[in-house]
Design a protein around this ligand. Structure first.
Ligand code: DOR
Ligand code: ZN
Ligand code: ZN
Length: 411
């Protein structure tokens, strides 16, 4: 056995005192008692499964001044995220097998955590479905991308065992442009999200996921269709009243406090399948003028720590957080991750719930260099392990660039 750790771990939905044996990157056993004579590492921290963020924009290739696969994955690791799925709105867009393979090489060279890569729906759908298994469709234009829907393409993806994530905003409902956050909420109003989600019911049947659902009505519509719902931390922790100016500009926009409350209520009820950061780094100097600011908020490093703080405050159960941040995302990607269980990857985070920190930009690692969550309390992991290797030890990064492995989500 390469390593045996002993401590309180989240296993089968509860915290239990266990010995965890790790070998070849995998969890070999989880036991109540251990009688062997191998060295056991006693851990004082609580051991949780590593988080899996199904929605990040690491900007590589094309906009590496904002982020690249190394800085993005390192930032993720500091936040207890041990696998990500990266969006395809790159320069050039990931829509052909060739661009996909090129991006894969870049990610393999730079990522320190495991990663999946979304593709857009182009021509080589069978091949791309085989390679990646996950696709993104933008129902409105957004950073680097225009609206594009191909029913034929969607059918092919589903027929070949792929899944599709949708950015749901309908431009028909957009108003006139705006200069502050409440205005931006009106500009891309809730109806735009609701109607866009409604339009998904006209598309071929298959595993559809509504990304970053931000409104009460949007949630209800998605639930009524039985869609998988993803929610972003900025919609849970912020609303249009935040004094963030351009730093709070994001698509879909920050909504009202009522929407925010509705999201929390649904989250507590278990109506949200996935939490994903929609980590969309832009540089500080791009975000200072509201009108010109590109939409997007960085968040891969702060998501799990913010939620763990919510757990310690008693605002949400640990099991709901782990289900939405680790277990379901792992199932979505068809990987044996997200659980502390025999045969699963040893992707672990170790936390001390008493160590509550205030988020400070200088402690974060994304190239974005800022966070809308500054001053929020968070529980950052002390150690983070990916496939049995420490990425973070005593809050220091000791991970290796390029050790991350590609995850194909094809069923
Ligand atoms: O706010 C957003 N930023 N929404 C998106 O859909 C794209 C993202 C980005 O890539 O910047
Ligand atoms: Zn989106
Ligand atoms: Zn996004």
């Amino acid at each position: 056995m390469k390593m045996i750790i002993h401590g309180t771990a989240y296993i089968d939905g509860e915290l239990q005192n266990r010995y965890i044996g790790i070998k070849d990157g995998k969890i070999k056993f989880v036991k109540k008692h251990y009688k062997g004579n191998e060295k056991v590492k006693e851990l004082e921290e609580i051991i949780l499964p590593g988080g899996i963020d199904l929605h990040v924009h690491f900007r590589d290739p094309g906009q590496t001044e904002k982020e690249d696969f190394f800085t993005g994955s390192k930032s993720a690791a500091f936040g207890g995220i041990t696998a990500v799925a990266d969006m395809p709105n790159n320069h050039p867009p990931i829509k052909t097998l060739d661009n996909f393979e090129k991006k894969l090489e870049i990610a393999k060279e730079k990522s320190c955590i495991d990663f999946a890569l979304y593709s857009l729906i182009g021509d080589e759908i069978e091949d791309l479905t085989e390679r990646t298994g996950i696709f993104k469709i933008y129902l409105s234009s957004s950073t680097n991308i225009g609206k594009e829907i191909s029913e034929d393409g969607i059918k092919k993806v589903f027929e070949n065992g792929g899944k599709i994530a949708f950015h749901c905003e309908d431009e028909q409902y957009f108003g006139s442009s705006s200069e502050d956050l409440p205005g931006y909420n009106q500009f891309r109003p809730p109806e735009s999200e609701v109607n866009s989600i409604r339009s998904l019911s006209d598309l071929p049947e298959g595993p559809k996921r509504a990304c970053h659902v931000s409104t009460k009505e949007g949630l209800m519509e998605a639930k009524s269709q039985g869609l998988a719902v993803e929610v972003a931390p900025h919609h849970l922790f912020l609303n249009e009243e935040a004094f963030l100016g351009g730093f709070g500009k994001v698509n879909p926009p920050l909504r009202t406090q009522d929407d925010q409350i509705a999201l929390w209520e649904s989250y507590e009820r278990g109506d949200i399948e996935f939490l994903a950061s929609d980590h969309a780094p832009h540089l500080e100097n791009e975000k200072t003028e509201f009108v010109d600011a590109p939409p997007g908020i960085p968040g891969v490093e702060t998501m799990y720590p913010l939620l763990l703080n919510s757990v310690s405050m008693g605002n949400i159960s640990l099991s709901t957080v782990i289900e939405t941040i680790a277990e379901r995302p792992a199932e979505y990607l068809n990987v044996k991750k997200g659980k502390i269980k025999e045969g699963y990857d040893a992707d672990l985070v170790m936390v001390d719930f008493r160590r509550i920190e205030s988020i400070k930009r200088e402690n974060l690692h994304s190239k974005a260099g800022w966070s809308p969550f500054e001053g929020f309390n968070a529980v950052f992991p002390i150690h983070v392990m990916s496939r049995g290797e420490y990425l973070i030890k005593d809050n220091e990064f000791i991970g290796e660039k390029g050790r991350g492995e590609f995850i194909s989500a094809k069923i």
